[in-house]
Design a protein around this ligand. Structure first.
Ligand code: PLP
Length: 363
């Protein structure tokens, strides 16, 4: 498989896997299986590993907040939006290009959607209802556009509200801006394991607990914490911090390579260096049937839209919100690369994609 779907998920970093292994102990393999809530030595060791990882993840987030582990970003987003809306009895609103995890919450809470322009950028609305709980993602998962999150936070705060930032696609790849009151992140987009994420809550901001029970995570999210997943998340975050600049240079080099080979394709969304994450290339070409391309270039793993949406046959709500016609959206593909993508791998994938396009009569 030539893997070009880094927005869907990323391969586990060897360092993250190594950090997980001690906490997956079976019989005769040590006492790393202990429950981190247990009050004997093995339990305390597991709890200490969880706290090391919490610090590693928090180091990539603004200072002045607390971090609660969750099963992933979907859970963190649902928690922040539903619990805050209920607690503050506030209206909700969010960007029209949010991930399904936020869009579905906004829909159920009758939230207003802030429009996006054809470049994939969301403008800060002039009018925000008092007390609004707003949602603005940092980097869009489909077109890679980087939203002005700090400006959204200022505007929401001026209206007496709170801002949730879905930072999933920017976390570990760029500095997370100050301003949001809640930040949702996940491990599997930064070469950590699946099934673990976190919600960051700014100090002084009240949020009711998500789950009650054994009072883990300071009583905010009951349920036994998974030391292996958390340790893998922490190691992946520490590695991302260390390699952030080198990773950025690498993805930019791959961007240049790909855009050079795909000159006949139109890029969906802005291409401004400061406004777009360079590990995402969403492109379209008139006359291309993207679904057929996916089956003809079967050695290449890429996406037709968001991973969640691509199995559904529905066209991308992001591309449609940006003003693309249904036909343009259906002739669009998303290519994503990252730290472990080699130039040779990308070149081979592009060869396969262009050969598949040729089968549709396009050179
Ligand atoms: N938000 C964005 C922007 C994403 O790309 C994803 C991943 O698909 C999610 C939220 C959901 O994250 P998770 O898979 O951890 O629930």
């Amino acid at each position: 498989m030539l893997y070009l779907d880094y927005q869907a998920t990323t391969p586990l970093a060897p360092e993250a896997r190594a950090a997980m292994m001690p906490w997956l102990a079976g019989p005769g393999e040590g006492d790393g299986f202990a429950n981190p809530a247990s009050n004997y030595r093995a339990g305390r060791a597991a709890a200490a590993a969880v706290e090391v990882a919490r610090d590693q993840v928090a180091a990539l987030l603004p200072s002045g907040g607390r971090l609660y582990f969750t099963s992933g970003a979907t859970e963190a987003i649902n928690w922040a939006l539903f619990a805050a809306q209920r607690h503050y009895s506030a209206p909700v609103a969010g960007a029209a290009i949010e991930h399904a995890a936020a869009i579905q919450c906004l829909d159920r809470l009758n939230g207003a959607l802030w429009p996006v322009n054809q470049d994939g950028m969301v403008a800060v609305p002039n009018e925000i209802a008092p007390g609004t709980i707003g949602a603005c993602m940092l980097v869009n998962n489909e077109v890679g556009t980087i939203q002005p999150v700090a400006m959204f936070a200022d505007a929401i705060h001026a209206a007496g509200g709170l801002l949730l930032c879905d930072a999933v696609q920017g976390f570990g790849r760029m500095v997370i801006p100050n301003g949001p009151d809640f930040i949702a992140v996940t491990a599997h987009k930064i070469h950590g394991p699946k099934g673990i994420g976190a919600l960051w809550v700014k100090d002084g901001v009240h949020l009711p607990p998500l789950l009650v029970g054994g009072a883990q995570e300071e009583g905010m999210r009951s349920g036994t914490v998974a030391p292996a997943l958390v340790a893998g998340f922490g190691a992946a975050a520490a590695l991302a911090a260390e390699r952030m600049d080198a990773d950025a240079v690498h993805v930019a080099r791959l961007w240049d390579l790909a855009t050079d080979r795909l000159k006949d394709w139109t890029i969906n969304g802005t291409t401004g260096a400061d406004d777009r994450y360079r590990g995402n290339l969403n492109i379209r070409r008139e006359g291309i049937n993207a679904t057929r391309l996916l089956s003809d270039a079967r050695e290449v793993a890429f996406s037709l839209g968001s991973a969640c949406g691509s199995g559904s046959g529905k066209v991308s709500h992001v591309l449609r919100a940006m003003g693309l016609s249904e036909a343009q959206a259906r002739s669009s593909i998303r290519l994503g690369w990252g730290r472990y993508t080699t130039e040779a791998e990308l070149s081979a994938a592009l060869d396969a994609l262009l050969a598949a396009a040729k089968l549709q009569g396009l050179n």
